[in-house]
Design a protein around this ligand. Structure first.
Ligand code: PPS
Length: 578
């Protein structure tokens, strides 16, 4: 094992940018006269790491020279290794507003003053060069590239920071240690060799075994250092994860491991990000970092090809480990050997030995279907934490979204479904019928394209809240545009189930029914922009259920929807026959 360098560039000195009380009071007073910028959630994560010293030796948001060097050479302009741009992106309007000002007040989302930026420069970055240089791709499917192209402002402003206070948090306060606090903890406990474990996922027995081994191998202790700032979209929320890490921590021997939360906004930048993680952990006082296959990987591109090679991250960090002053501990994929009732690294498995493991996808499937998760895979109390916030589908909320022409039968099916669901389950069922919504939620809106979009997306928003709270909601607007339905589908699916039902009846049939006499008025030109007559209806192409109300009964249509809910797991078969 290589010795740890005595005087590493990131080791000793922490650039803590928070000022003392007196200076803080001065800055508060001065800030009244400065233009303000409200930081975005990602910038709030970045500023927390800057002010606390997690990004040492950075003294603020990068200026243009540092930025260009980092993009092109992975170094600041003074030659210090630094792989990821930490820039303050702003809109064109903000760039105009602060132009010529030497100081800018940086505020959190509630307006709280966090820091004063002493501006060095302002420039329009070449985002394509940044994407290629830092992430090796311009594919917007890469989360950081998508963010850069679609969300980040078009100007960057660089300068040094004087921090007034860290961004406010109200959760897990005892676990949010700054670099200085974590270093003090290590000193107090006489920990000298500390291996950090970086994660954005729940940890199970395989992780426990590998981290135990990592600490044993270096003859030191373990820091479980999960990222809770921003991770990959779709990840399990940090509240659930942290509760599960707290459960797991109890299984480590006393004084062998500690848990602290890292408010980092990940970029999913693969190798460069892994190197960044190493520098950050060095700043937090660690001597080693576990890095494995596809560390901080963003997944695959549109052609199903991984953005980075599986060991690019390990290779890049290993190549620079001496310069950073932190050693790489390779992540060993641990698998369970039933015959030995123990975990082993996969590369130590004999050819005749049987082994088992459960992938993340398989775990999610078992959670969704309420299936057993064996004790060898994870501790029961860790799984219980995940199940609390990830109930099986039969315990999740769901939305039935009926769409179709006026007179197609949406309201009739919606009412029938409501009665059936109230009969079959004991759960509350909300009905958001088109007409009813327009008398309350969307009162005042008309039938222009914009007003219809607003109306349909409002329904989607309310439905998503109901579903998130595990309720059942039936929506029945015309919802003529595919794009609005797609927005709703995405939004609702985040919290539970979404079943789109295309209530399909030919226009002639709807017109012949003309329940409200509106088609006749539309034909007579008394109503303008009537769906199906002189306004479009984009028929869904991938609805979960299609009901042909011109040749099936309401009972048949309702049964189809109920059967679909059973097949998808949102209702149990027992509920169906109740
Ligand atoms: S939309 O397009 O989804 O916002 O429409 P929605 O909120 O479902 O409202 C449709 C009901 O409003 C009546 N109505 C019209 N429909 C379509 N086009 C025009 N111009 C129009 N003007 C009034 C009509 O009764 C619809 O009721 P349903 O229940 O669909 O028959």
């Amino acid at each position: 094992m290589r010795p740890i360098p005595q005087n590493p560039p990131h080791g000793g000195h922490l650039c803590q940018l928070l000022v003392d009380y007196r200076r803080g009071v001065e800055l508060f007073k001065a800030a009244v006269h400065y233009p303000s910028i409200m930081l975005t959630p990602r910038q709030i994560c970045d500023i927390e790491l800057l002010l606390g010293g997690g990004f040492s030796p950075l003294m603020g948001f990068m200026n243009c020279a540092d930025y260009e060097n980092v993009v092109a050479r992975m170094r600041l302009s003074d030659g210090t290794l630094w792989p990821i741009p930490v820039t303050l992106d702003i809109t064109e309007a903000d760039a105009e507003r602060i132009r010529g000002h030497r100081h800018v007040a940086l505020r959190g989302q509630t307006g709280l003053l966090l820091a004063i930026l002493t501006v060095q420069d302002q420039w329009k970055p070449d985002k394509v060069a940044e994407a290629e240089g830092v992430f090796g791709t311009t594919d917007p499917d890469h989360p950081a590239v998508g963010y850069l192209f679609n969300q980040a402002g078009s100007y960057y402003v660089g300068g040094t920071l004087e921090g007034v206070q860290l961004p406010e948090h109200y959760d897990f306060l005892d676990l949010r240690k700054t670099p200085a606090q974590l270093r003090a903890y290590f000193r107090e406990h006489r920990w000298e060799r500390i291996v950090a474990f970086q994660t954005r996922n729940p940890m199970h027995r395989a992780h426990k075994e590998l981290t135990d081994r990592a600490a044993r191998d270096i003859g030191g202790q373990l820091l479980i250092h999960p990222v809770i700032g921003m991770t990959k979209p779709g990840d399990i929320d940090h509240f659930t994860r942290v509760r599960s890490y707290k459960r797991l921590l109890k299984y480590y021997p006393a004084d062998a491991a500690t848990l602290s939360l890292l408010p980092l906004a990940m970029r999913m930048g693969g190798p460069r990000e892994a190197l960044w993680h190493a520098i950050i952990r060095k700043n937090y006082g660690c001597t080693h970092l576990v890095i494995g296959r596809d560390h901080a990987g963003p997944g695959k591109d549109a052609h199903d090809k991984p953005f980075y090679g599986p060991y690019d991250a390990v290779d890049l960090v290993t190549a620079h480990s001496e310069e950073v002053g932190i050693e790489v501990v390779p992540f060993k994929l641990m698998v369970y050997v039933p015959a030995a009732q123990a975990y082993k690294p996969i590369d130590e498995i004999q050819s005749q030995e049987q082994w088992e493991s459960i992938s993340g996808t398989e775990l999610r499937r078992r959670l969704a279907e309420g299936e057993d998760i064996p004790e060898w895979f994870s501790y029961a109390d860790v799984i219980a934490e995940l199940r609390n916030t990830h109930p099986p589908r039969s315990g999740q909320g769901f939305a039935i979204f009926l769409t179709g022409l006026s007179g197609s039968g949406k309201s009739t099916i919606a009412n029938a479904l409501q009665s059936r669901l109230l009969e079959l389950t004991t759960r509350p069922v909300t009905l958001l019928d088109g007409d009813v919504v327009r008398t309350h939620l969307s009162k005042g809106l008309g039938f222009s394209k914009e007003d219809r979009s607003t109306n349909v997306q409002r329904i989607g928003y309310v439905a998503s809240e109901i579903v998130k709270h595990r309720g059942i909601v039936i929506c029945a607007p015309i919802a003529p545009y595919g794009s609005d339905r797609a927005v709703n589908r995405r939004r609702i699916k985040r919290g539970g189930g979404y079943v789109e039902v295309f209530v399909d009846a030919p226009l002639e049939v709807c017109e012949a029914r003309d329940v409200k006499g509106l088609y006749a008025k539309a034909r007579a030109g008394l109503i303008k922009g009537f769906t199906g007559i002189d306004d479009p209806y984009e028929a869904p192409k991938s609805a979960e259920v299609v009901c042909r109300t011109d040749h099936e009964t309401i009972r048949e249509s309702t049964d189809k929807v109920i059967s679909k809910l059973v097949t998808l797991g949102y209702l149990t078969a027992a509920q169906k026959v109740r």
